[in-house]
Write a protein that binds this ligand. Structure first.
Ligand SMILES: *Cc1c(COP(=O)(O)O)cnc(C)c1O
Length: 400
């Protein structure tokens, strides 16, 4: 028997632990509805927080870009894949987040997995929040630096770890908005620690860019650390497939750090560039995000968040409380309802599906054991009565 035969048993173990992941074929409909495996569902699972993925301005930007640039980029940006569209996008991104320079990448996961090893290596030290996204964790491992994990948001522990670490080059990693909890990092406090210990701070704002701060300029702008107040020791990373509605990512920050990343990031040098049609879609998305229409979409989303929290927060419904379901403390579009064990979270997800609602159950290892949850993602594409429908369905399931 070869060890390859063990995969059948390993897959069966996943299934027995309710950890098998399934994909569903989806077709977008109007608003936040989508056809899922042939059935029309109201979806609360998309990170398209501003409802831009199907926006007419983005679509027409793509049509025009295809006529000008064709479809593929052809090669690495270092060789011939750096289009005028990509160059313009970079300067517009930098201006939008009010930081000196930006570098545009094809995909968020690959960005973090490869900028971390470009910044630090063997003999250096990384300090990473326990709830950071998988791509920061993978980038840390790839770097061969020593990794110190601190409990989520425990800045006293981080301070102690930084003080005890003799390495000269120290890198602090944190999500700006935590992807499975929805809470926001204390960026000024993280920066104060970076300054005290001569560390560099890399923030992943995948879930804040387009949403937080004035005009949605992101989590760092929200705390006033951009423009003249920009710090020489902050690197800002954000993805472009969530609130921006397209795909990709960028890193922005001090000129010398961004230039270093341009020189040394392997997923930038050795990957085919993002097609210009995506850069043009993103330029159109940025214009919407920064406009009065963007303000309206963000204000609508804020009202939906408040509405959901009114309906499900502890104390709002006795049955939800009695079931032990707990809406986490989150002010962002990510509103996790902790159910507890894996099987129960799948049962609630299935109950919602029967009611035509699609909310994903998130289980370990994505979240800590015992905290399986429904990750409710709200979007400006939702209507107020659709949020009410979800709240009612959950209250009914809690009584069952
Ligand atoms: C989604 C996400 C990523 C990965 O970005 P992609 O562009 O989807 O690859 C990185 N970091 C965080 C926090 C994310 O939520």
């Amino acid at each position: 028997m070869t060890w390859l035969d063990e995969f059948d048993g390993r897959l069966a173990e996943l299934d027995a632990a309710h950890l098998t992941r399934k994909r569903r074929v989806v077709v977008p409909e109007a608003g936040a509805r989508m056809t899922v495996d042939g059935r029309s569902m109201l979806a609360f699972c998309s990170n398209d927080y501003l409802g831009l993925a199907g926006h007419p301005a983005l679509k027409s930007a793509v049509h025009e870009a295809v006529e000008t640039y064709g479809v593929g980029a052809g090669s690495s940006p270092m060789v011939s894949g750096y289009s005028a569209a990509n160059a313009l996008l970079e300067s517009e991104l930098a201006a939008f987040v009010q930081l000196p320079r930006a570098l545009y990448f094809y995909a968020g996961f690959a960005t973090n997995a490869s900028i971390v090893p470009a910044l630090v290596g063997a003999g250096d030290a990384i300090f990473s929040d326990a709830l950071n996204h998988a791509c920061l964790i993978d980038g840390s491992r790839l770097s061969k630096a020593a990794i110190h994990r601190f409990d989520h948001a425990d800045l006293a522990a981080l301070d102690a770890q930084l003080a005890a670490e003799p390495a000269r080059r120290k890198l602090i990693l944190s999500d700006a908005v935590f992807s499975m909890d929805g809470d926001v990092a204390d960026i000024p406090a993280l920066l104060a620690l970076a300054e005290r210990h001569d560390a560099l701070l890399l923030l992943d704002d995948a879930h804040g860019f387009g949403l937080l701060g004035p005009q949605g300029r992101g989590a760092v702008a929200a705390v006033g650390l951009t423009g003249a107040q920009a710090s020489p020791r902050v690197l800002y990373m954000a993805t472009l497939g969530k609130a921006l509605g397209v795909a990709g990512a960028f890193v922005a920050g001090p000129e010398r750090l961004v230039e270093w990343l341009l020189q040394k990031t392997r997923s930038y040098t050795y990957a085919t560039a993002a097609p210009a049609l995506l850069a043009e879609a993103l330029r159109a998305a940025l214009r919407v995000v920064g406009s009065a229409e963007g303000d309206e979409r963000r204000a609508h989303l804020e009202r939906l968040i408040a509405r959901l929290r009114d309906g499900l927060s502890p104390g709002a419904d006795a049955a939800v409380d009695a079931a032990g379901w707990r809406l986490m403390e989150s002010a962002t579009a990510i509103q996790p309802l902790v159910i507890g064990d894996n099987a129960s979270s799948l049962r609630v997800m299935a109950g919602l599906q029967d009611a035509g609602l699609w909310v994903p159950a998130i289980r370990p290892p994505t979240v800590p054991a015992g905290t399986a949850r429904l990750r409710i993602a709200l979007s400006a594409a939702h209507q107020a009565d659709e949020v009410d429908t979800l709240v009612r369905a959950l209250r009914t399931l809690a009584r069952a």
